[in-house]
Write a protein that binds this ligand. Structure first.
Ligand SMILES: [Zn+2]
Length: 385
């Protein structure tokens, strides 16, 4: 057992000053004030004085990190999983970009096979397949050679039971709405993205069961007052949740504020869309089978197209707070409860509460990650100095 005390706990809906959390195995056993929860004999003790205890972060879109690219090497999911807790991430969806269909199968297999790195790391909750049913006009950094038209035959094996959680497609493509129905039936959350959808086409997609928008504003037509497009539909419809990349490069801070106000904070998930160069020095790296140049702030194709970010999720969270002026408590659902709910995992993931998985992050007052606990194990500690 682990007994954490003297933390400011954000559950995230409730703040407990001088809080204590008792962890038993992979689960949280009790949460309360240090007066309410006493330390059982034999429990390891963590004094979290001056620190903020929050739920572990969930990233719904990450392409790789630390030199590994999930599309180029699906087996690298676990090597990255082992290191993600340094950014507060305890669960994530490894994202496979448009590629040969065998690559998706290899990623499904890698996730289901489990880790060779022991249990000490973040948990891949399943694969996010971004493509191949995307609009060529908004392909972004996706390799057009592998783009396909929607075809139910191609997604027969894409189910939550087989490790697929999220699929991004362009709802305006012929047959896309039928595919949404097929995927939803197979337990997959479907997202609209890399799309030229009009507002009406986007809303037809939401009617068909699309519940998420992939990196709002990026790879979709800009907001226009006579044709609000997919972005306008995501901001106003009320049903879908939207992913936002708050690296300060993919989306202007003013547009982040616009989205934050329009969606009232509650229908936003922060995603990193990070690529292999996250956690690495500037230089030339691989995304899928395309060359990408990293300059310390951004990652671009040789022609200048943005190719995924190099922002970490804890930095994305700090950026959201800086751009919108919201509090940590207001920002936290975007990396905890909202993504958990989107995936239907809200009963076990995303909160500091009894019977939830003991996925926890200790933050300094400056919101830097001091330590991370995944499934009840301390998997990261910032070394002193
Ligand atoms: Zn994308």
């Amino acid at each position: 057992m682990i007994y954490i005390q003297h933390a400011t706990v954000l559950t995230p809906h409730r703040q407990i000053d001088d809080g204590a959390v008792l962890i038993d195995g992979p689960q949280i056993l009790a949460v309360g004030t240090a007066d309410e929860i006493s330390r059982p004999a034999g429990a390891d003790e963590i004094d979290a004085s001056g620190l903020i205890l929050v739920p572990g972060f969930i990233d719904l879109q990450i392409n790789g990190a630390f030199g590994h690219d999930f599309t180029a090497d699906p087996a690298s999911i676990w090597a990255v999983a082992a290191q993600l807790p340094r950014y507060g991430v305890t669960s994530f969806l490894p994202t496979i970009v448009t590629s040969p269909l065998e690559t998706v199968a290899a990623a499904q297999e890698a996730v289901s096979r489990g880790s060779n790195y022991g249990s000490g790391g973040a948990t891949p909750l399943g694969v996010h397949i971004e493509g191949p049913f995307l609009n060529p006009e908004k392909k972004g950094a996706h390799n057009p050679a592998y783009l396909r038209l929607p075809d139910p035959e191609l997604v027969r094996e894409w189910s939550s039971a087989r490790g697929v959680r999220l699929v991004t497609l362009a709802p305006e493509l012929p047959g896309a709405l039928d595919l949404v129905a097929v995927l939803a039936k197979q337990g997959v959350v479907v997202s609209a993205g890399h799309s030229t959808a009009t507002c009406r086409e986007a809303e037809a997609g939401f009617d068909a069961g699309i519940r998420y928008g992939t990196h709002l504003f990026n790879a979709m037509p800009p907001l226009h007052h006579r044709e609000p497009g997919l972005a306008g539909a995501l901001l106003t419809d009320g049903r879908p949740v939207s992913g936002l990349i708050t690296d300060g490069i993919h989306t202007h801070p003013s547009m982040i504020r616009l989205a934050w106000r329009a969606l009232d904070g509650g229908s936003i998930t922060l995603v990193t869309d990070a690529m292999a160069a996250l956690g690495m020095a500037p230089g030339r790296h691989l995304l899928g089978d395309l060359d990408v140049v990293v300059d310390g702030q951004s990652a671009r194709l040789l022609d200048g197209t943005l190719a995924g970010s190099i922002v970490s999720l804890d930095a994305a969270l700090r950026n959201l707070i800086a751009y919108t002026g919201c509090s940590l408590a207001q920002a936290l659902p975007a990396v905890t409860t909202t993504p958990a709910k989107l995936l239907g995992l809200e009963a076990t993931l995303g909160r500091v509460a009894p019977r939830y998985l003991a996925n926890l992050v200790l933050l300094t007052p400056e919101l830097q990650v001091q330590a991370a606990i995944a499934k009840g194990q301390i998997v990261y500690e910032q070394s002193p100095g």
